[in-house]
Design a protein around this ligand. Structure first.
Ligand code: BG6
Length: 494
């Protein structure tokens, strides 16, 4: 296969930051190893610090040091594409200097005047940077201009709209790539393959056959060193508004006309439009929040460094979502996510309706077994794969049924080979492919949905802490489903 080399000067705001060193440089190196990047790219890193090009190259060298070279001298030739410019994003004159350096790098590396700007820094500066890029003439006239922007995209609908208005003074919607790293995960991308590539799945993918869908994003760690950010954010903003809503949109959307970014976007937007916007009292009934307490050898959230000792920030959210459309009317989508839970995993459980009549439960068969629901589980992480639970005859004399799994799990070798989310997403942005990025309309609907519950939670005092580390959240999360006569497919055996 002939791979197309991407040519561009990447200007990175936040080049000395943690994300850049942990994720972005290693991802670019992988792209370089696979020849998606070659001789015609350069990265101009910026931050307020004064760092020489040599020291910056050393920083990049360190950040890729654990990746095995696939050719001699590869890491060395890669780091020679990295340069640094000290930059204060609030000073217009600094952009002039930046512009000159970009132009010089463009010539040196013959990048066809393609410019990609990447914002990976404090979100309060996103708008200022975008506006200055245009005002100080940093956009290219001949090649592409693209903006990749990290989360958070606002704190609520109003602030997100303000940010979007600022960005769109400089960039069109089709030049903006809003990162949601969950969209770069193999098994999240697989939702579309599974649904639209399989008659036996897609033909059952509706309220006639599906009873409910459950999405769990569970984390074992607490807030660690990010307490400062997290205490102002909470699980609703940190995970639900973005990752969970994006996953749910892919599960709920109609089949796109074709598998192109614009067609997928249209369907995701339509799905989110039909998500029922709760009234405050419906939101209160359909959302559960939690905050972790102290456990054996672990600190309560309120006692973590950098957390307000009276913090009302939620570290856990569970909710029931409803779509008002023909396909999903009456099918609840239950979601939950939290810190300090039993384990680190992401999974989706699609619970099918039971057969209308259970002929095996006939007393004449002398069986007290009842059929279990079929469940399609999509394992996103740490294992990657699917399992379909079906009822089968238990081997042996007599006739009872037992659930068995038809499963496919990716081998560890295949998982090793699979690109990291940031590698895929960087590549997509360089290619100009929007499929795995969130559009403004999606973000706007997601904020409108979560704003209702946020406003309510901001005025009502929670009963925190209310769950122990190592559990699957507060009891109210189980009650949310029990109320509907259902239960979480994944639960701990107590
Ligand atoms: C981030 C959140 O977006 O996602 C973090 O800010 C969270 O709080 C992380 O830990 C989880 O991502 P992953 O890929 O480890 O599941």
């Amino acid at each position: 296969m002939v791979l197309a080399e991407n040519k561009a000067v990447i200007t990175l705001f936040g080049a000395a930051g943690d994300l850049a060193q942990r994720k972005l440089y290693p991802s670019l190196f992988k792209l370089y190893q696979k020849h998606y990047l070659g001789e015609h790219f350069a990265l101009l890193g910026t931050s307020r610090r004064q760092i020489s090009d040599e020291d910056f190259q050393e920083m990049v060298r360190q950040s890729i040091s654990s990746i095995k070279e696939t050719a001699d001298g590869q890491a060395e030739s890669f780091v020679k594409h990295f340069f640094f410019q000290s930059h204060d994003v609030t000073k217009p004159e600094h952009y002039v200097v930046l512009g000159k350096r970009i132009a010089k790098l463009e010539e040196q590396f013959d990048t066809e005047h393609n410019r990609l700007f990447y914002m990976s820094m404090a979100p309060q500066f996103f708008g200022t940077i975008a506006i200055n890029l245009k005002k100080q003439n940093l956009l290219s006239d001949n090649g592409f201009n693209r903006l990749v922007i990290e989360k958070p995209f606002g704190r609520d609908f109003d602030s997100a709209k303000k940010l979007n208005d600022e960005l769109t003074q400089t960039f069109d919607e089709n030049q903006i790539f809003r990162i949601d790293h969950y969209l770069g995960k193999e098994m999240i991308q697989n939702i579309e393959a599974l649904r639209f590539g399989n008659t036996i799945i897609e033909s059952l993918w509706n309220n006639r056959y599906i009873d409910n869908i459950q999405v769990t994003l569970s984390e074992k760690l607490g807030v660690e060193e990010r307490a400062g950010y997290y205490d102002q954010s909470g699980a609703l903003r940190d995970m639900v508004q973005n990752h969970v809503m994006q996953i749910v949109a892919q599960l709920a959307m109609e089949q796109p006309v074709a598998f192109t970014d614009s067609d997928v976007r249209v369907e995701k937007i339509k799905a989110l439009r039909s998500l029922r916007l709760y009234t405050p009292s419906e939101a209160a009934a359909n959302f559960v929040r939690g905050q972790y307490d102290a456990g054996d050898n672990s600190t309560a959230y309120r006692k973590e460094d950098g957390v307000d000792p009276h913090s009302a920030t939620e570290t856990f959210v569970a909710a029931k979502l409803l779509f008002d459309n023909y396909r999903w009317s009456g099918v609840p989508f239950y979601i939950r996510t939290g810190k300090k839970m039993a384990d680190k995993f992401t999974r989706i459980d699609v619970v099918f309706r039971k057969p209308l009549i259970d002929i095996f439960a006939n007393p004449r068969m002398k069986s007290d077994q009842s059929l279990k629901s079929n469940v399609l589980t999509i394992y996103v992480e740490p294992k990657s794969g699917f399992a379909l639970r079906v009822n089968a005859k238990s081997a042996g004399q007599g006739f009872t049924t037992t659930p068995v799994d038809l499963s496919f799990l990716q081998s560890s070798a295949a998982k090793e080979e699979a690109p990291e989310p940031y590698e895929r997403l960087f590549h997509d942005a360089l290619e100009g492919n929007h499929t795995n990025f969130a559009s403004w309309a999606e973000i706007a609907y997601a904020w409108k949905f979560v704003d209702v519950i946020r406003k309510l939670w901001d005025i009502e005092d929670p009963q925190f802490p209310n769950y122990v580390p190592g559990s699957m959240g507060p009891a109210a999360s189980d009650e949310l489903l029990a109320r509907d006569g259902r239960q979480w497919v994944y639960r701990l055996n107590r």
